[in-house]
Write a protein that binds this ligand. Structure first.
Ligand SMILES: C[S@@+](CC[C@H](N)C(=O)[O-])C[C@H]1O[C@@H](n2cnc3c(N)ncnc32)[C@H](O)[C@@H]1O
Length: 262
């Protein structure tokens, strides 16, 4: 016979386990469904086909128009890297762009892919903070300390994946802090902008303001790492704020947010 004490203990354990399960279930479900823990993410999602008709599928899936030259990463962890799906989307969009600008070079993988897959006369410009420039990095109140730490940790490269490759002449490498970057030379001229520099709030806002001035008519801005309120929360906060005045869309199956200057 189980005594009353044991019954009570059993009841308490079962109740605690149910509460823990409930919260974990909702948390993981929210990650999978790309929603806030108990609310929908504010930026609406669009399909790849809505981004560009080139992504329209047929009975085999993506068409050969979307074939690209590719360096994948599979299950490997690459500093600050895009997923293979995101890298493919960038490479496909690069095919149509004559001018490309990237905030945040890191290993140079995305600059390499965009240079590799764009036309021979396309110019790719990419800006990054070099290791000897980290003292110029300036945090603001409201910047997440994790984002700041990661930005400085990823500022470790002066040689890149594209260095020494046949596409290197297409790439202009800029070094410096993006808050000090003067974008006026590029105003209204860039067909594809990839915002993937520091993920701290004040930097996402500053890089975005510059990107809006730089984008050409019909051009596209893509931001990386919109992953909800718990992961890269400053990116989430900054873009949700911007979406109140600009038509932003989240691209399904990626962590990209897109703006088209139509
Ligand atoms: C997430 S990684 C970029 C990854 C790269 N786009 C890719 O997918 O291969 C972030 C990059 O932003 C750069 N960065 C961080 N803070 C910066 C700043 N204040 N100004 C310019 N670049 C910055 C880092 O040095 C790092 O190279």
């Amino acid at each position: 016979m189980i005594s009353n004490t044991w019954l009570l203990i059993l009841l308490a354990i079962t109740s605690i386990a149910s509460v823990v399960f409930f919260f974990n279930y909702h948390y993981y479900r929210s990650l999978v469904k790309q929603k806030g823990s108990f609310r929908k993410w504010p930026i609406r999602s669009i399909s790849l086909e809505e981004v560009d008709p080139i992504f329209k599928t047929n009975e085999f899936g993506p068409t050969l128009e979307t074939s690209v030259q590719f360096v994948g990463r599979g299950h490997l962890v690459v500093p600050g890297g895009t997923s293979d799906a995101e890298a493919w989307v960038l490479a496909v969009l690069a095919k149509k762009a004559k001018t490309i600008f990237e905030f945040g070079t890191c290993t140079g993988k995305t600059s390499y892919l965009m240079a590799l897959n764009s036309s021979a006369d396309t110019k790719v410009t990419t800006l990054t903070l070099p290791p000897d420039g980290v003292e110029t990095y300036s945090t603001n109140t409201g910047d997440s300390s994790t984002a700041t730490r990661n930005a400085l940790k990823e500022s470790a490269f002066v040689k890149f994946l594209y260095t020494g490759t046949p596409v290197e002449p297409k790439i202009t490498q800029l070094f410096g802090d993006s808050k000090h970057f003067d974008e006026s030379l590029y105003a209204g001229k860039i067909d594809l902008i990839f915002v993937d520099g520091s993920h701290a709030l004040s930097y996402v806002l500053s890089d975005s303001e510059k990107a809006f001035r730089m984008v050409s008519p019909g051009g596209i801005i893509l931001w990386h790492d919109y992953r909800g309120p718990s992961i890269n929360k400053d990116v989430y906060k900054a873009l949700n704020g911007i979406s109140r005045s600009k038509p932003l869309a989240h691209i399904e199956g990626t962590s990209f947010i897109m703006y088209r200057n139509s």
